[in-house]
Design a protein around this ligand. Structure first.
Ligand code: NAD
Length: 301
């Protein structure tokens, strides 16, 4: 294991893993372009003017450019109807230069997100969130896995954290993170327990685990009491801290925090993903990698 050591706890630096993978991806994209005569293409549909979504879309488009992936930005007015949105998606489903379609969430009130996602052809779904792709994952025949849990797996792989036969707990059972995370950990031969908002005495469950992935969306709600000594902790949560409560973590100011009280775990757990700089940078990287995977499948390369 190689990483910054601080009080004997390894920081699982997702930003560094993403940078490392991005360099390799760029050369794989070049290879695809040479063989197929075109760039892999990702279309991003942004409905309305949610400022956070604008930033996410901008970052995704920039990351595409850096990797040599063509991006198509499709802005739609917040007043778009469900039917009009589906028509846009259906047009993209048939375009030969588009390998992946992303509908930036959340959609404005009144639009049905599940119906919109299900309109994406599963073979053009780089988020892996259509029921077709989630079904394949469940059946052990995955095409692409949802980006955030897939990114967690790649961080664990990079730092050579063994999973086979290990006790893992996933906190959270959303379709985007918790459920696919548990399937990926099982696929890697871990023994997986799922915990959620109705789990009784959560800390007694997580304390028994050798690996804990926390994706509950509750700012800083688990601390040292919830983790066994020497365990590995992956903190998926991302929360903006109000300016009045800016945190000082490891001597650094932070306006972003996770689901875990990170500073309490240094020196207690074997390894932990920091927030920011842990799981977040991997999510966008896996989106790009999944887009290339779909491009290759589409071109039968
Ligand atoms: P969600 O709200 O859809 O699901 C949260 C899950 O946590 C639910 O299944 C719920 O049962 C469980 N939960 C809630 N409170 C709990 C509690 N007190 N104890 C135990 N379980 C509890 O959220 P999500 O979309 O899965 O996202 C989870 C977190 O991960 C959020 O903070 C989100 O911002 C973050 N996230 C980060 C990335 C990334 O790229 N790093 C990507 C997606 C989500």
């Amino acid at each position: 294991m190689s990483a910054l050591d601080w009080k004997n706890t390894v920081l699982l630096d997702g930003k560094a893993v993403a940078a490392h993978r991005r360099a390799r991806l760029a050369s794989e994209v070049l290879e695809f372009r040479a063989k197929s005569g075109r760039a892999p293409g990702l279309a991003v549909i942004l409905v309305g003017d949610n400022p956070a979504s604008h930033i996410y879309v901008k970052n995704k488009i920039k990351a595409c450019e850096e990797a040599g992936i063509a991006s198509f930005h499709i802005p739609l007015a917040a007043t778009v109807t469900q039917e009009e949105l589906h028509k846009e998606i259906e047009k993209l489903n048939t375009r030969n230069d588009v390998d992946g379609i992303l509908v930036q969430l959340p959609l404005p009130k009144g639009l049905n997100e599940t119906a919109a996602l299900e309109t994406i052809a599963p073979h053009k779904d780089p988020d892996g969130l259509t029921s077709g792709n989630l079904g394949l994952l469940l059946a052990g025949r995955k095409r692409v896995a949802p980006c955030t849990p897939f990114g967690v797996m790649k961080i664990l792989e990079h730092f050579q954290i063994a999973l086979e036969g290990k006790k893992a707990v996933v906190v959270g059972r959303s379709n985007i993170v918790g459920k696919p995370m548990s399937l990926l950990l099982q696929e890697a031969n871990a023994t997986v327990t799922m915990a959620h908002s109705r789990t009784k005495d959560l800390a007694s469950v997580t304390r028994e685990a050798e690996i804990v992935v926390v994706a509950a969306g509750q700012p800083r709600f688990l601390g040292r009491e919830a983790f066994g000594k020497g365990s590995v902790v992956v903190d998926v949560g991302i929360h903006r801290v109000p300016a009045s409560e800016t945190l000082l973590i490891g001597g650094k100011k932070s306006s972003i925090c996770g689901d875990v009280r990170y500073e309490e775990l240094l020196g207690h757990v074997q390894a932990i993903t920091p927030v920011p700089g842990g799981v977040g940078p991997m999510t966008i990287q896996m989106l790009l990698e999944n887009t290339l995977t779909l491009s290759k499948l589409g071109a039968s390369l």
